[in-house]
Design a protein around this ligand. Structure first.
Ligand code: ACO
Length: 326
């Protein structure tokens, strides 16, 4: 039994913050950000907008696209590294917002590849008799966890959400295969120091700004390129496909130079790669579903297209899916 994506939707906050806006309070420039990352602007959620708010709006659009109601769902999974709170899970809050009850809901924390991870987990579950429709959401409110005084991280991220409705299906379309990976030894390259059980919130953690992301950018860059390239090649091999079979590479939008390095390794021409980092920055687990929803809206995805998604993130984690669109 296969697993098909029958609906997709996304949501980004209205508030556009350009590189020029950042120049006003950070020692940075549009030229630096644009040439080093490809980012031109990003969306920043207002203080009262939580991850579940973004996720719910994306979910409503995905359900509409699928032509089913929230009542038809058998499970909700939210991939996020920036939940509303530790508990309850953001997925439970989304369920309440969607006006339904008694459905299993849980969050998945796999950083940026969270959506790719969740597609694979949901595909496994859909092969069990209990489930028919699973809502998978990638949603992040990362800008709330970036230090507005740290130019090395604050300029890179944005907020948003994307959602997909997955269903059991015996057509030739859907998720063909996935490949997931991780290496906890690289955890100190990108992490949020305080607020968890290792270092609970205190006056000291706030004063030392430990509730903001710490990143060794150059090291992250190096491992990102290696793991994105390896995941893409592994998933192709697993699917028994050649590089030239791929219609679209839809990579995690972290840095246009990381995307270019992945594309070059695969030998794909630039026109086969979907890039929207210029508009949204790095939206972590939301970046791939936002891209897919935008591509669908623009009419870029045709029935039968082979889509390769690939991502990496804090952990380190990485992953890739191959989807036959339709
Ligand atoms: N504006 C101006 N100058 C800056 C900025 C900025 N916003 N940020 C850093 N610089 C300076 C540095 O201080 C440094 O100055 P120095 O040479 O005087 O010391 C100089 O620019 C070069 O800094 P590098 O860090 O070496 O620059 P690099 O070319 O590596 O680019 C970047 C930095 C963009 C962060 C890059 O390393 C990168 O994209 N890394 C990957 C980051 C990433 O993808 N993170 C997300 C992971 S996904 C997840 O799980 C959330």
């Amino acid at each position: 039994m296969g697993v098909r994506i029958i609906g997709i939707g996304s949501y980004v906050p209205d508030n556009v913050v350009t590189n020029f806006d950042l120049e006003k309070f950070l020692d940075t420039s549009d030229e630096w950000i644009r040439t080093r990352t490809g980012i031109v602007e990003r969306r920043i959620a207002p203080p009262d907008m939580a991850t579940s708010d973004l996720a719910t709006r994306a979910a409503e659009r995905a359900l509409k696209d699928a032509g089913i109601s929230a009542e038809d769902l058998d499970m909700i999974i939210v991939a996020t590294a920036t939940p509303d709170m530790f508990y309850p899970a953001t997925a439970c809050i989304v369920q309440k917002n969607l006006g339904v009850r008694k459905k299993p809901c849980f969050d998945m924390e796999a950083a940026c590849p969270g959506f790719i991870y969740a597609l694979d987990v949901a595909s496994g579950l859909l092969n069990l008799p209990n489930y028919r429709h699973i809502l998978v959401i990638g949603a992040e409110n990362l800008t709330k966890f970036m230090d507005p005084e740290d130019r090395a991280t604050y300029v890179l991220f944005g907020d948003g959400a994307g959602a997909a409705v997955l269903t059991k299906d015996d057509s030739p379309y859907g998720i063909i295969t996935s490949c997931l990976g991780g290496d906890g030894n690289l955890g100190d390259l990108l992490y949020l120091p305080a607020g968890g059980s290792r270092r609970p919130a205190s006056k000291e953690t706030v004063e030392k700004r430990l509730h903001y992301t710490v990143m060794k950018g150059r090291e992250v860059f190096k491992h990102a390129v290696l793991n994105m390239q390896a995941a893409a090649l592994t998933v192709l091999q697993r699917a028994g496909l050649k590089k030239e079979d791929i219609t679209w590479l839809v990579p995690h939008q972290a840095n246009v130079r990381i995307i270019d390095a992945t594309r070059e390794k695969l030998g794909l021409p630039p026109e086969k790669v979907y890039i929207n980092i210029d508009k949204y920055g790095n939206t972590s687990a939301a970046s791939i579903p936002i891209a897919l929803a935008e591509m669908k809206e623009k009419g870029l995805l045709k029935r039968g297209d082979l889509v390769l998604t690939v991502s990496f993130g804090a952990g380190f984690t990485w992953g890739a899916n191959i989807i036959r669109w339709g």
